[in-house]
Design a binder for this molecule. Structure first.
Ligand code: SF4
Length: 378
């Protein structure tokens, strides 16, 4: 079995009771069958308390009226862990925030950015992320409906995409535009011709002179984007509007979206573009001084989404949808940062950025339905 992890993987340590947004509240924790069986048979003095705090019909831990897990004690520590130790935890609690994508004989393990500590680690990393591979002995697997040839194309595509996204010679918006174009060309081939023709697209996007020319043209397009206020305004509203099509998981998410919408778009196109340009200028002056370069933050975010989800296209052939979902997410996070900066009187801290990111991720990534919808809105 081949295991792949990002280079920052070992930096993670749960902050437990110090966590500002514990993962033990806000959503239902589904218990796997093996853990349910163990809980049913628990013989210790804690057994009855344990069984009483489980919703057996739904196979989840009960919650109080504030959606806190029944095991989360007033000190924000897990009561089950305290009484029965780490081994007693179910799969969800043991794994989180580790996120595992399963492919034939391959496990890709990342850290979910919905955890505040993970958001802190990823968004503060200055160097381009690398991914480390490790082989471990295990039985050979054979997955039904898994095409290893297509998967190896996807792995190649992901390497090219990550290299594009981590090319700091170009502005982040140029990199985003190149990523989108690359995915469109791939999808065209996947849907209309033979998969082996993907190699031609790969060669094109590995050709330094093609990329240099394309980037030059895109750089001009990107800087002209906000000159047409009406177009930029309509585009951004349409992108942000996609968030209203999703199921909303946190109780305050509707209000939060509404507040962002008002801050960003209620004043009309000219006011919107003024905010955008003001924010970009403020970032250059202030974030760079504080060594918080927004381009790097956006890069780390996009690398996170692309690495986690792109190869999942082996199961649905939707490469473009996965790239679109990643780009839309980073674009909308950027919009939310502008809203926050505006509401705070043109101020934004790294903590604010981390909060926006983990809240967004909780809404999108903790719902398979939301991920699927986002992949199919383009
Ligand atoms: S959200 Fe992350 S840091 Fe917070 S309690 Fe959960 S795993 Fe720990």
């Amino acid at each position: 079995m081949l295991y792949t992890r990002p280079d920052y993987f070992k930096k993670f340590k749960c902050t437990a009771d110090k966590c500002e947004a514990t993962c033990c509240a806000g959503w239902q924790i589904v218990i796997d069958d093996a853990s349910l069986e163990r809980y049913e048979k628990e013989q210790s003095a804690y057994g009855d308390v344990l069984r009483e705090r489980i919703d057996w019909a739904e196979g989840v831990f009960k919650q109080d009226s504030c959606k806190r897990c029944a095991f989360l004690n007033p000190d924000n520590l897990c009561d089950m862990y305290k009484h029965l130790g780490e081994e007693s935890l179910c799969m969800t609690c043991t794994n989180y925030p580790r996120h595992i994508e399963e492919f034939e004989n391959i496990r890709e393990i990342t850290l979910a950015i919905s955890c505040p500590e993970v958001a802190h680690i990823i968004l503060n990393q200055k160097t381009p992320v690398t991914f480390l591979e490790e082989e471990a002995e295990s039985e050979e697997e054979e997955f039904e409906d898994f095409d290893p040839f297509f998967f190896s194309y996807l792995e190649d595509a992901r390497k090219i995409l990550l290299k594009l996204l981590q090319n700091r010679a170009w502005s982040v918006f140029v990199r985003f535009a190149l990523a989108k174009r690359f995915a469109e060309e791939m999808q065209e081939i996947i849907e209309n011709t033979e998969l082996f023709e993907l190699v031609d697209v790969f060669e094109k996007y590995e050709d330094a002179s093609y990329l240099a020319n394309a980037a030059r043209v895109l750089e001009k397009d990107c800087s002209a984007f906000y000159k047409n206020a009406g177009e930029a305004f309509s585009y951004s509203k349409a992108m942000f509007g996609r968030l209203y099509e999703l199921e909303h998981l946190s109780d305050d998410w509707d209000d939060y979206l509404e507040q962002c919408w008002e801050t960003l778009y209620q004043g009309g196109a000219e006011a919107y573009v003024t905010k955008h340009l003001g924010f970009a200028e403020w970032c250059t002056d202030n974030l760079a001084k504080a060594e918080l370069e927004l381009d790097i933050i956006m890069e780390q975010l996009l690398v996170y989404f692309i690495f986690t989800y792109l190869c999942g296209a082996v199961y649905d052939y939707n490469v473009l949808g996965k790239v679109d979902m990643s780009l839309t997410s980073v674009y909308n996070i950027y919009e939310m940062l502008i809203a926050k900066w505006t509401e705070q009187g043109q101020k934004l801290s790294m903590k604010d950025i981390e909060r926006v990111v983990y809240r967004y991720s909780r809404e999108l990534e903790h719902s398979d339905m939301n991920l699927e919808r986002m992949e199919n809105m383009g």
